[in-house]
Design a protein around this ligand. Structure first.
Ligand SMILES: O=c1[nH]c(=O)c2ncn([C@@H]3O[C@H](COP(=O)(O)OP(=O)(O)OP(=O)(O)O)[C@@H](O)[C@H]3O)c2[nH]1
Ligand SMILES: [Mg+2]
Length: 190
């Protein structure tokens, strides 16, 4: 991207913003991000439908190019639910409740899904960049600072997201994977 202007990330979530800045400011082609905290109503639908609707609305409110993101946590035993509705489950039932939902099911497997959307401006259809990380739902371990980080153990690791140093999480996370795709796209713009 030739423009020197910072990319506007519309989110109300300070932890997301911290990770997005960490990820996009590192690497060979750093991208500067500035945030706008706007309350955007979230629709029901697939992860892509929810993410695209959020970005369309954000671009209207910002009046220019912006990115948004929607994060889902899908339980394999529940065929992908809670998915994009995880925020409400997390708020209402917490870490113990998420574990309790899976009692009696043979698999505790889950998938963290990050769906970034980029809009070039109001009325422009958002472009979607998705990152997925498979893992398992475990009893909470590590700092309970960010959402469900303490109960999500990515496959191949004996630490939960919450127990990992942030640069380690960012390398393998749903968010890190989605942002690498977004970075490649932004670099391809004239
Ligand atoms: O443990 C976590 N590790 C993560 O990496 C992560 N990313 C998001 N979340 C949580 O999952 C829900 C997504 O809902 P969500 O995408 O609508 O986010 P949000 O409403 O907080 O912000 P935004 O929609 O304004 O951007 C919210 O409860 C977030 O706190 C995470 N939890
Ligand atoms: Mg939200």
């Amino acid at each position: 991207m030739t423009s020197q202007k910072a990319l506007v990330f519309v989110t109300g979530n300070a932890n997301k913003l911290r990770e997005v800045k960490e990820i996009l400011s590192s690497g060979g082609h750093p991208i500067e991000v500035e945030s706008q905290s706007l309350e955007i109503p979230e629709i029901q639908g697939t992860t892509v439908e929810v993410a695209a609707a959020k970005c369309r609305k954000a671009a209207e409110l910002v009046g220019g190019p912006c990115i948004t993101e929607d994060t889902a946590l899908g339980f394999v035993a529940l065929k992908g639910l809670p998915g994009p509705y995880i925020k409400h489950f997390m708020t209402e039932i917490g870490h113990d409740g998420l574990n309790a939902m899976l009692v009696g099911f043979p698999t505790k497997a889950a998938e963290a899904i990050c769906t970034f959307a980029y809009s070039a401006g109001p009325g422009t259809e958002p472009i979607i960049f998705e990152g997925r990380t498979p893992g398992t739902i475990v009893s909470a371990r590590g700092p309970k600072v960010f959402g469900w980080d303490a109960v999500f153990q990515p496959d191949g690791y004996d630490m939960t997201y919450a127990e990992m140093p942030s640069d380690e999480k960012n390398k393998i996370s749903h968010r890190g994977k989605a942002l690498e795709k977004l970075r490649t796209y932004l670099q391809s713009l004239p």
